[in-house]
Design a protein around this ligand. Structure first.
Ligand code: ZN
Length: 279
């Protein structure tokens, strides 16, 4: 398969049981440059012989992974919850900075900010670093599954998972009914450059796991920076993290979580259900 990335970057993705997991053939990515050469040769009918050096190894599944959870307990309605999330798992080619070390650090820093300011949120703010996201949102799906009884008490979920770029908007993921409330309660975010709302369903990251249970789950619309270049490649390294954008991201996440935790009511649920689509 074509890695689809420039400058000889490789890519990895996939999971058991999805996208070839049940195929009798392993799927291998080659660089775009090599793929393009093979394509040109075969189009001209030139016979091609490939020699592959594969260093992968097979691991028997299933593999146990763990979510990491912490919380600041609510002072008035501790049983009602606002969740800040990101996923801690990544791919092996690099150290996983933009996918999703940056989001994980934004969640930790949001927790630190709220704590350091001595704020006592009315509702519980829970910080969750999901795992198994890359192979199919396993950590967040299982979280929803194991906390079924609690879901009616989760007011909102905010997820940071598009790399280092600063937050420019809030993706409502089909929860149009909350827009007037968030616009009013999060007015201050305009000063940080967060000006857009989008109702579109955005699958492929952990907020989507909460959709079926009716919990309003939001994704942050971020400046893409080099996200789509680096993610899942050997180029996803620490130098791709932009400090100022991440400080903005953590500040935005902390404000979202705290202000929603302080509202007189939980955020309203949407009335109808539709099926999320992948981006
Ligand atoms: Zn991710």
């Amino acid at each position: 398969m074509d890695s689809g990335k420039p400058q000889m970057l490789l890519v990895m993705t996939g999971s058991w049981g999805r996208g070839g997991g049940r195929s009798p053939f392993p799927r291998l990515f080659v660089t775009n440059e090599h793929y393009a050469l093979l394509y040109r040769l075969t189009r001209r009918g030139v016979p091609v012989r490939m020699q592959l050096r594969v260093e992968n190894k097979f691991t028997r599944g299933p593999v146990t992974v763990y979510n990491t959870v912490g919380e600041i307990r609510g002072s008035e309605k501790p049983e009602e919850i606002v969740i800040c999330g990101a996923h801690l798992d990544s791919w092996d080619l690099a150290t996983g900075t933009v996918d999703n070390g940056t989001g994980s650090m934004v969640v930790l820093e949001a927790a630190r900010l709220i704590k350091a300011l001595g704020l006592k949120p009315k509702r519980t703010i829970r910080f969750v670093l999901f795992s198994g996201e890359e192979q199919g949102l396993h950590g967040s799906r299982e979280y929803v599954n194991q906390h079924k009884d609690e879901m009616s008490k989760v007011s909102a979920v905010f997820v940071h998972d598009t790399g280092t770029g600063k937050i420019e908007g809030i993706g409502l993921h089909g929860n149009k009914q909350v827009q007037p409330i968030l616009e009013k309660e999060l007015e201050i975010l305009k000063e940080l450059g967060v000006t857009r709302y989008n109702d579109r369903l955005m699958g492929g990251t952990d907020h989507a796991s909460f959709y079926a249970s009716g919990v309003p789950g939001f994704w942050f619309m971020q400046d893409p920076a080099d996200y789509f270049l680096s993610h899942h490649t050997q180029s996803d390294t620490f130098d791709k993290a932009f400090k100022d954008d991440l400080i903005q991201g953590a500040t935005v996440m902390a404000i979202c979580a705290y202000n929603v935790a302080q509202l007189p009511q939980m955020l309203p649920r949407r009335s109808t259900t539709t099926t999320p689509t992948s981006p």
